[in-house]
Design a protein around this ligand. Structure first.
Ligand SMILES: Nc1ncnc2c1ncn2[C@@H]1O[C@H](COP(=O)(O)OP(=O)(O)OP(=O)(O)O)[C@@H](O)[C@H]1O
Ligand SMILES: Nc1ncnc2c1ncn2[C@@H]1O[C@H](COP(=O)(O)OP(=O)(O)OP(=O)(O)O)[C@@H](O)[C@H]1O
Ligand SMILES: [Mg+2]
Ligand SMILES: [Mg+2]
Lengths: 228, 228
């Protein structure tokens, strides 16, 4: 369902070239819940950005449902992402001038969903992550963990086929983190949504069905299921 | 050494007033290592910003070494902070156009330290947090955890009397987090630097000498020492 072959990303803009992603070949099946772990700087964000179509590789291919995306035109890729992928950024990337509810609706607006459905979904999602009293607050009126939860609500609201989340619980206390995981697991089981998280959080790692460890841009371990 | 009496911060800019900090009276002794914990939105960042002089309270007083800071003039407060407080922000607040080394030196530059000393300290600090190969990289060339470590190096470089850190390990793997804690504890023991961290991270909480729990802007628990 998501497949990479010999994926590579080299940054040439600093003192020495950085092989952020260095020959990664992985397959993710539909409905899998995978945690990608590894030291700070090991390539987790770079890898997620590549398979999420937010960045172009310097080598190798990326297939999503059989479509090779690394050579897609920008507008085509934009539509593809919009219809299939929900992304939670490590630094949230909320739109400062929009409220929490508007930030969550925004994706569905671009998807041209009916206004009433959009409003309802956005409100529901924000209630689910415990922010029903913050619908009309802007990002700078929210705590770090509240912003993170808006970013998660935004990614989930359109029930995308794939949810790629970059350290989605970094700024959350245990109760909020477990709540988020419950929501994600429910979507995973009920809608067969494929979840791929980068994380340092033991609470997330324990609930993933598969754990991939990156070190220096390469896969160093790949463990599945109850053997863990 | 840091003392608050009936501290209050009310935000009046949203739908309903938010009592982010609601009557907090606490004392922090010199050389203490305190973790402030609590649910997302409980007031940790707001409290840290208040005692760090980055925000003004709506009620109550803040004393640092006997000086009441909430009524200080802006320029006076700026100098006071510069000389005494190292702050690690929840969202790092690195200067995008400066390299890692320049970001760390910046504080010491403002403190008018000799250039040679500054360069040496900045390089040492970045080596200590494992970023010796990133001295000349800009923030957008760094991973989330690397940016976080630069923010920590910046706060520690001038060996301030107080280090206030807002979730300083949120984006770090265990090895990097433990390394950071070792550095902080060393400064705590050798230089008697007072450490106050807001955190959700169990790995940090376990090493703090005192744990204060906030709920809805109030202190709900305050546990000290080996009884924990
Ligand atoms: N500028 C603001 N305007 C209005 N409300 C605010 C503002 N800043 C913070 N708040 C609110 O104050 C409360 C406390 O926020 P604070 O950032 O201190 O929480 P926190 O404990 O640091 O949370 P987290 O663990 O998520 O970082 C939250 O409900 C937040 O929405
Ligand atoms: N735009 C860029 N230019 C140069 N180097 C970069 C760039 N972006 C990332 N890097 C480098 O690529 C490597 C991998 O970065 P990446 O952000 O993928 O790590 P990560 O595993 O997500 O780390 P963290 O856990 O700290 O978030 C790092 O060494 C980083 O410094
Ligand atoms: Mg990252
Ligand atoms: Mg906070």
């Amino acid at each position: 369902v998501i497949k990479t072959t010999n994926l590579q990303k080299i940054y040439n803009n600093s003192v020495a070239p950085v092989k952020a992603v260095n020959d990664i070949s992985l397959e993710f099946k539909e409905g899998e819940f995978t945690a990608i772990v590894g030291p700070s700087g090991s390539g987790k964000t770079t890898f997620l950005n590549l398979i999420g179509g937010l960045d172009k590789p310097t080598g190798g291919e990326i297939f999503i449902d059989g479509t090779e995306i690394s050579t897609m035109k920008e507008s085509e890729l934009f539509d593809f992402r919009l219809r299939n992928i929900g992304f939670v950024f490590q630094s949230y990337n909320l739109i400062p001038v929009l409220t929490a509810k508007e930030n969550v609706s925004f994706i569905m607006l671009l998807q041209k969903r009916p206004k009433a459905e959009m409003e309802k979904r956005a409100t529901e999602m924000l209630e689910q992550v415990g922010l029903s009293d913050k619908l009309n607050s802007r990002p700078n009126q929210l705590s770090g963990g509240q912003q993170q939860r808006v970013a998660v609500a935004r990614a989930l609201a359109s029930k995308p086929k794939f949810v790629l989340a970059d350290e989605p619980t970094a700024n959350l206390d245990t109760e909020s983190a477990f709540n988020l995981l419950d929501i994600m697991e429910k979507l995973n089981k009920e809608e067969n949504i494929t979840l791929i998280f980068s994380t340092h959080d033991q609470r997330v790692i324990e609930r993933a069905g598969r754990v991939i460890t990156l070190v220096d841009g390469r896969v160093s371990e790949d463990e599945v299921g109850s053997s863990r």
